[in-house]
Design a protein around this ligand. Structure first.
Ligand code: NAD
Length: 257
């Protein structure tokens, strides 16, 4: 399938799932805009690497997804887009009574409110182009909960609701809006949770991975960034034209339990 001539913005894409999704969209022929809140030579080198590997146009644009005006400015700086992947996300793990209010605010801002701003800014461009795909990277935690992740679970449930709402608002247009709900994917975000989980549960690294993380994932395998990229490409394909307002789980059976 070819996405030649389409431009994709992927928020939070200098690492992990976002970078993997950007690579798969570029492999399918899309021009890509990478993003994070930093502005280092390494960030720009990631875009140059994608351009060289896949023969597409690739740019890196700095914007802090915790700030609504920067979310909208990212879409403007890219000149709009055909494909918007809301992927930027952060995590913090603590019992609710010890959960710092600032962490709650930051997680809601980056994991949920950023998508409100980018979608609002991108839709007029998609309408002008007569085609649009919004893919929100939610989580199995958009459909189920785990203890100690109050802000993350609330934000991810929120983005599933936002997905459904915008899908209804665009249902009679050539625009679809969906959410992908990954189970555990071994990325820097998950790596960073392991020490906290080791402390909370009093377990070794291996036991946290097997008994806590992959305990919820019946396949007992991490999902991969390539699989999430492939699912995103599918949602941009003609076969997915009537798929809108829904969630696709890539979670090794987690939400079937
Ligand atoms: P990651 O830490 O590797 O990547 C997160 C990305 O978001 C990075 O590129 C980071 O720079 C960016 N980011 C963070 N704060 C930002 C900000 N303020 N402005 C702009 N960019 C910002 O993590 P990941 O695992 O690749 O997570 C990507 C998405 O997938 C997140 O929304 C996460 O919740 C979701 N997810 C991950 C898993 C998993 O197991 N890894 C599972 C389900 C859902």
């Amino acid at each position: 399938m070819t996405l030649k001539g389409k431009t994709a913005i992927i928020t939070g894409s200098n690492s992990g799932i976002g970078f993997g999704v950007a690579r798969e969209l570029a492999r399918a022929g899309a021009d890509v805009v990478l993003n994070s809140f930093t502005d280092s030579p390494e960030d720009h080198a990631l875009a140059a690497g994608i351009a060289a590997e896949f023969g597409v146009r690739a740019r890196y644009i700095k914007a802090d997804m915790s700030k609504g005006d920067e979310c909208r400015a990212l879409v403007d700086a890219a000149g709009g887009c055909d494909i918007l992947v809301n992927n930027a996300g952060i995590q913090f793990v603590a019992p609710i009574e010890a959960f710092p209010a600032a962490k709650w605010d930051a997680i809601i801002a980056v994991n949920l409110s950023s998508a409100f701003h980018t979608i609002a800014a991108a839709l007029p461009h998609m309408r002008k182009r007569g085609w649009g795909r919004v893919v929100n990277i939610a989580s199995a935690h958009g459909l189920t909960a785990s203890p100690y992740k109050a802000a993350y679970v609330a934000a991810k449930h929120g983005i599933v609701g936002l997905t459904k709402t915008v899908a209804l608002e665009t249902a009679q247009e050539p625009i679809t809006v969906n959410a992908i709900c990954p189970g555990y994917v071994l990325t820097p975000l998950v790596e960073a949770q392991i020490p906290d989980q080791m402390k909370t549960h009093g377990m070794s690294r291996e036991d946290v991975i097997k008994k806590v993380m992959l305990d919820r994932q019946p396949s007992r395998e991490f999902a991969t960034v390539e699989q999430l990229g492939g699912t995103t490409v599918f949602l941009c394909s003609p076969a997915a034209e009537q798929i809108t307002g829904t969630t696709i789980s890539v979670d090794g059976g987690w939400t079937a339990l």
